[in-house]
Each structure stands twice: as structure tokens, then as C-alpha cells.
Write a protein that binds this ligand. Sequence first.
Ligand SMILES: Nc1nc2c(c(=O)[nH]1)N[C@H]1C(S)=C(S)[C@@H](COP(=O)(O)OP(=O)(O)OC[C@H]3O[C@@H](n4cnc5c(=O)[nH]c(N)nc54)[C@H](O)[C@@H]3O)O[C@H]1N2
Ligand SMILES: Nc1nc2c(c(=O)[nH]1)N[C@H]1C(S)=C(S)[C@@H](COP(=O)(O)OP(=O)(O)OC[C@H]3O[C@@H](n4cnc5c(=O)[nH]c(N)nc54)[C@H](O)[C@@H]3O)O[C@H]1N2
Ligand SMILES: [Mo]
Length: 643
Amino acid sequence: MKHRKQRTYDRLTHPLVRDSRAEPFRSASWDEALERAAAGFRAARGAFGMFSCARATNEMNYVAQKFARVVMGTHNVDSCNRTCHAPSVAGLSAAFGSGGGTSSYREVEETDLIVMWGSNARFAHPIFFQHVLRGVRGGARLFAVDPRRTSTAAWADSWLGLNVGTDIPLAHALGREIIHAGLCDEAFIARATTGFDAYRELVEPWTPTAAEKVTGVPAAAIRDLAHAYARAERAQLCWTLGVTEHHNGTDNVRALINLALLTGHVGRYGAGLQPLRGQNNVQGGGDMGAIPDRLPGFQDVRDPAVRHKFEQAWGAELAPRHGLNLTGMFEAMESRELRAVYCVGENPAQSEADAEQAVRRLRRLDFLVVQDIFLTRTAELADVVLPATAAWCETDGTTTNSERRVQRVRKALRPPGDAREDIDILCALAARLGHEWKYAGAEAVWDELRDLSPDHHGMTYPRLEEHQGLQWPCPDERDTGPGYLHGRLWDPDPARRGPPAPFGLVRHDPPVDLTDEDFPLRLTTGRRLDSYNTGVQSGSFASPLRRGEYVELCPEDAASYGVATGDLVRVVSRRGAVEAPVWIDTGLRPGLAFMTMHFPDEVDTNRLTIEANCPIAGTAEFKASAIRIETAVAAGAASAGRS
Ligand SMILES: Nc1nc2c(c(=O)[nH]1)N[C@H]1C(S)=C(S)[C@@H](COP(=O)(O)OP(=O)(O)OC[C@H]3O[C@@H](n4cnc5c(=O)[nH]c(N)nc54)[C@H](O)[C@@H]3O)O[C@H]1N2
Ligand SMILES: Nc1nc2c(c(=O)[nH]1)N[C@H]1C(S)=C(S)[C@@H](COP(=O)(O)OP(=O)(O)OC[C@H]3O[C@@H](n4cnc5c(=O)[nH]c(N)nc54)[C@H](O)[C@@H]3O)O[C@H]1N2
Ligand SMILES: [Mo]
């Protein structure tokens, strides 16, 4: 058997079209490609969905969601936020009314304790991790909560190696210990929260010993973190996908937020909750309304006053209900309620859970347009491919990071061939579909957004330049942004304090894909420092540091299968199978395997993952599949196959 190599991607330079899916693409003029795209979308009104790009600018995302809502008359617009932090946004919104991370990066430098929960920031957020290390150098204690002893955990004072999918028992045990040790902030709880009594009852069974049995974390380590977190003057609780990419991701997030409510570690400088967002502009994409439930500025589609404001500004009627999210759109492809998709800068054929099913669903579409900078696997399924410029170096605009800071990006390079800016392509298509939008440039788009979004109103381009970025909310032109959110919760005046934050009454619910005799190993998937997501943007560079794809096993499991690093094995789940070489990793524990999503042309990890997803946020359980390893593919075959 031949082991495939990750392919390399060349920049798209010309529009591509084809007359039938059986034929190869041919180059086309912009005029022909746009006319075909417009005709296909015209035919699909009422059955249209849009995927917007979390790497592109705020301005591009604003225009993309406006295209879906105004030109195509639908709120079916979403992005890869669905696959990562939608549970964080849902959980934070439920607690505080706003989905943003509550602190600024700097605050981890001036805090007393940092928890990195389900987050391998050393690999995935290296810039933020520099701030963490400064905090550590300044005396902050660092805790890592992760099933793997990651390179983030290697820097920690204490590593809590929990079993995959047991975050709620661990969080509840921490909460119970804090309550029993008399370490909660009773005044804060009484003033700023609701539901404490029900929470206390809910967590009561989770003694450290009971939690140790389920989570695998020693009771002493649970007590240590509980006491340290509650006693710290200021503490930062940071989390990412280890918490969110579960079928109960939003519940997991609520369980973490409860700990901050118990101790008052929110709404103060140095104390807060930080979901570190994934893509350079996934925060901004959501803020700009490229999500199915919110209009720009995180304003609810269902609020009549909000809708009225946008209807006036856009001259279009807006439906009073939420659209489909990314997960819902894939389900609607199955039922054929969704028949056309405009995919801008996403690669779902390789990034969706249960990839084989995702590709089959994309093929069911009558019409697919992909607008990207590379000819991705998703683009290969399309009817029309439109070549775009790369947002981070070939266009003007702004992006928003995890601390809600809006910053300028500038055009530094000329795009290749005939590639056009995302906004220009969107506007050209809108024009062909009867909507002439005249934007003199990115700043004109931004000014339209500022008029409609109170949170962004005070951020003019000149001010963004002057302050080197501003954080939202920034309602007027004297504001420089608040830095941290929810200081109101500490206000003695009930009117200014606003609505209290409810404790989340969430229960443990183990992963959907159970391990058993046939599938005895727990597979979790994630990232490495040297590669990026589906490998489209990072796949083509060669470096001696890069290993390609492996299935990582601990030494004990490797020994029991009789395999060594480099041996090729078959990895089988209830959905599919792949072949991958083994890598022995001492950071793993028996029963746990790890793979990345970075080399899908070489090893398509997402054939293994499960589509089961969080009913509130729609995020799939990428972090917990059940697998078995078959060794029949012969030891030593990997090196031969890979060369
Ligand atoms: N180098 C690099 N950086 C990236 C990316 C990239 O592809 N490459 N992608 C970007 C994107 S889109 C995102 S969203 C972020 C993601 O950033 P991270 O969330 O930090 O990355 P992951 O490796 O997916 O997952 C983090 C950790 O979750 C742990 N984990 C798995 N299951 C569980 C569990 O049940 N409980 C707990 N507590 N932890 C668990 C894993 O072992 C892993 O170490 O990274 C961004 N940055
Ligand atoms: N097994 C497993 N699967 C996962 C995850 C996991 O942890 N495990 N994580 C999930 C997560 S968190 C995420 S975010 C998704 C990521 O999933 P995707 O967003 O589908 O994957 P990317 O590889 O980031 O694809 C980005 C695409 O955007 C294009 N692009 C970049 N810049 C621009 C631009 O300026 N304009 C245009 N038009 N296109 C541009 C790139 O060429 C690329 O094709 O994967 C999810 N899938
Ligand atoms: Mo992500």
C-alpha cells in the first residue's frame, strides 16, 4: 500500500469553471465566472448558505454577511467559529450577556495564578503564551489541565492529567472543595450571581475522591488547585478546545465560569476568563455578524428594534428568526433544504468531523462556489472557483483578536495573477444580483459598520492607528476601551451593577463515542506548533522540524501492540479508517491516542472523528473518538511507503 504525502498548494490566479462535475476545471474570465456564480445563486434563493472566512478582515466579513442577508435573504451564514469557540460565546453570553473574553493579554502578566484548561497555548497561541511566561517569571503559579502532558504543561507548576471528557466532574469537585474550605467570595456571590444554592447542591456529590475516580486526577491535586485558585488575589482562567470541542461544550464552559463566580475572579484587573480564539479574526467574524443569530455588533436578529435599524440602513427586509449554523447547514444539505453554498475561505471538506460524510453532503449540493487563495479539497468539489487575495498581506482592513482588540492590517503585496479582493468579488456578485454597493474601500465599509454597531462606534481608522488598536466596547470617540469586561458586577449600586450572572447547573455527560472491546482507545485530536489547521496554508513549506502526520501512542500501548515509532498501522473508528505511522509520545497516558488535523491529504484524521455536537453551540466532539489500532499493515512499512 502506498502512503500518501501531504500535497502542496499553489496560489489560485484565475477564476475556474466547469460545465459539469464530470469535467475538469478550465480557466475563465471574471465576467464568465461571476455570471455563472450569480446564475447559480439566483436559482437557489431560499436554499442558500454562506461560509465566511475567519482569516479575512472584519470588513470582508461584514460584506459577506450582508450578501447572505440582503442579496440572498437568509441568515444562513457562519464560519469555523462553529468548530471551535461557539460554546465559549454561548456560555459567556448566558452568564454575562456578552460572549467576549473578559480580560486583556497583559493581565496574565500581572496576575497571581493562571490556569490553562484544555489549552496547549505553547503550540497554538505562542504570542499569548509569551505573556503567560512573563506572568510566571513575575511569580504567578501556572496550572495545566489537559489529558496530555503538553509542552504547555511542561511549563506548569502542576499538571492535572484528566481523562478526556471529564471536565465537568473536575470543575464541580474544585467548586465543592472551595465551598467546603470556606473559600468562596460570599459577598460577591450574594451581590452579583444567582443560583448558588442549587449549584452547591449539584456539586455536593463530587468529593475530590469521587472526582478522582472519574477524572483520573489525584484528589490531592484537585484540592491544591481549588485552594490556590480561591486564595489567589487575582486569577486568570484560560481555556480553549479541550473544553469546547465536545458534544456538551457549552456545559463545559459553564462549569468553568462557575469557578470564577464562586471566587469573584471576574470583572477585576488581573482576574478573568479567557477563551483564546483560534483564527486571527474568528472573534471579528462573529462580531461582524457572520453568524446566523446575530447582526453586526452582536445584536440579536430576533430583536425587533435591532432588525428595524438594519432594515432601514440596508433597504431590505430581515427574517425575525435565526438562520442555520455551519452544522445545521451540513444537515440541511442531507435533506436538500440547502442546495447552494458560497464558501469563502473555509475548507470544510477536510475540517468537518466525519469528513467522508461531509464530502458526500457537499457533493449533494446543486451549486457550490468556493472563493479561496488556494485550490483546496473543498474547491475541487465546486462548480466555480474564485481566486481571492490573502487578507493578512494583500488587503486593507481590520481584524479583532481574543482580547477584543481591533487592529489595522494593510496591503503590502500585490496579489498574484487575476486574484481580486474578497470584498470586491462579493460586491461584484451582489451587483449582478441587483444590489449596487458602492464602497470606496475598506474604511467606507468600516464606517457603515460603526454606524450600526454601538460597540464599535468610537473606533475610526485614524483612532485605530493612533492607539495601535482599540478594544470593544468602544461606544464613542473619546473611549479607549475598557480593557477588562464586567466591572459592573462589583458596583455597589444595583442599578449600575445590572443583571446578576447565573451559576450554570450543568451535569457530567461522558463522550458519545464510547470505548469498548472493539474500539478500546480514546483518540483526541489537536494541533502542533509547526502546522496550521487543514495544512492548506502551512502544507507547502518544508522544514526538518516537521514530522508529518502520526498516530501518537504512549510507550505502554505501543509495546502492547508491538509497534515502534515509524511503524505503519491502521487506525479504525466507527466511521472510517486511515493508515498512519506510529509516534511514541511520553506525554500520553495508557488508553489515549493523539492525532492532528494538519496533513489530511496524507492522513485524513477527520474520517475518524464523530459528528455528535453540542445542541446549544453546534460544535462537534473532535476531542473524543473511540478507535482501535490494527497492526497488520506491517512493521517498518511506513518509512518505505513515505519516501
Ligand atoms: N500552530 C498552530 N496554532 C494554531 C492552530 C494551528 O492549526 N496550528 N489553529 C488555531 C485554531 S483554529 C484554534 S481553534 C486554536 C486551538 O488551540 P488549542 O485549543 O490549544 O489546540 P488543540 O491542540 O486543538 O487542543 C488543546 C488541548 O486540548 C486537550 N484536550 C483534549 N481533550 C480534552 C478534554 O477532554 N479535556 C481537556 N481539559 N483538554 C482536552 C488536548 O490534549 C490539547 O492539548 O489554535 C489556533 N492556533
Ligand atoms: N480533527 C479535528 N478537526 C478540526 C479541529 C480539531 O481540533 N480536530 N478543529 C476545528 C477548528 S477549531 C477549526 S477553526 C477548523 C478550521 O477549518 P477551516 O477553516 O475549514 O480550515 P483552514 O485550513 O483554516 O482553512 C482556511 C481556508 O481559508 C483560506 N484563506 C486564508 N486566507 C484567506 C483570505 O484572505 N481570503 C479567502 N477567501 N480565503 C482565505 C485558506 O486558503 C484555507 O483554504 O477545523 C476544525 N476541525
Ligand atoms: Mo479554530
